[in-house]
Design a protein around this ligand. Structure first.
Ligand SMILES: Nc1nc2c(ncn2[C@@H]2O[C@H](COP(=O)(O)OP(=O)(O)OP(=O)(O)O)[C@@H](O)[C@H]2O)c(=O)[nH]1
Ligand SMILES: [Mg+2]
Length: 238
């Protein structure tokens, strides 16, 4: 058993998982890998096993927020010192996760989140310029995050994470909103953990269908804003 587990929330991702799992194995040969198969009706579980991953299968689709909490819960129960998360659709290059995990291992921070919207050496500013409604949504989100977190944060819906054991109990608790990543960031900052937003490159979804098109994207922005307002109100009451 390794001291690190990387989990992948997956819902009907048999097309994309093989490449993601093989790439993970190449970049991070020593980590354990868990696929959280959320009631998939395709070959997600079988493909994951065939490519060397552990599989945690839900009997029915419980939604991404349940899948995320279950991944961290697994890491907590199995007493891993470090935990990573990547998406199943090929958007998160395992080489970038390797950098994030190294930062957490070196104790540079407790939580490292991969971001398209911050820059650094080798990562040019404005390398991702979302268009139209997405651009507006991201701008609104950035302002709200700065207000609630009391620090800037550009890519609040990123699912590319590396964390140490201090963050596990916080992230294994069930998420209440439709914006679990935003909720996660609030929990991390409220607990006083050291959070780093790290520039990364991300790819386009490799295949299959995005769960986030058109109307759904608008609903997401509204959900996120509601989550932020709720968090602010709850803090005010304390
Ligand atoms: N456990 C679980 N995972 C899900 C569910 N819906 C999506 N996922 C996974 O969550 C990850 C992100 O889903 P995407 O559909 O790619 O969402 P996105 O990356 O925000 O949207 P795109 O930019 O269009 O790709 C992928 O690994 C999906 O397989 C779900 O209901 N349950
Ligand atoms: Mg995606």
């Amino acid at each position: 058993m390794s001291d690190t587990v990387v989990f992948i929330p997956a819902w009907n991702e048999e097309q994309n998982l093989p490449a993601v799992l093989d790439d993970l194995r190449r970049e991070l040969p020593d980590v354990d890998v868990l696929v959280v198969d959320d009631g998939s009706t395709d070959g997600t579980a079988a493909v994951a096993r065939a490519h060397g991953a552990e599989v945690l299968s839900f009997g029915e689709n419980r939604g991404l927020k349940a899948g995320i909490a279950a991944g961290y819960q697994w890491a907590l129960e199995h007493e891993y010192a470090f935990c990573g998360r990547v998406d199943a659709d090929g958007q998160h290059p395992p080489a970038e996760l390797r950098r994030l995990l190294a930062m957490v291992r070196n104790d540079e921070c407790d939580v490292a989140v991969g971001s398209r919207f911050v820059s650094g050496p080798g990562y040019a500013p404005y390398r991702y310029m979302p268009e139209g409604p997405r651009r507006f949504g991201i701008a609104v989100l950035r302002r709200s995050m700065a207000l609630v977190l009391r620090r800037p944060f550009g890519d609040a819906t990123s699912g590319l994470y590396a964390v140490n054991a201090k963050a596990l109990p916080l992230l294994a608790r069930p998420f209440e909103s439709g914006a679990p990543e935003v909720e996660a960031l609030i929990r991390i900052v409220d607990a006083g953990l050291r959070l780093e937003e790290v520039p990364v490159n991300m790819a386009e979804r490799a295949g299959g269908e995005s769960k986030l098109r058109g109307k759904k994207a608008v609903v997401l922005v509204l959900t996120v804003t509601a989550t932020l307002l709720a968090a602010k109100t709850a803090r005010g009451r304390r």
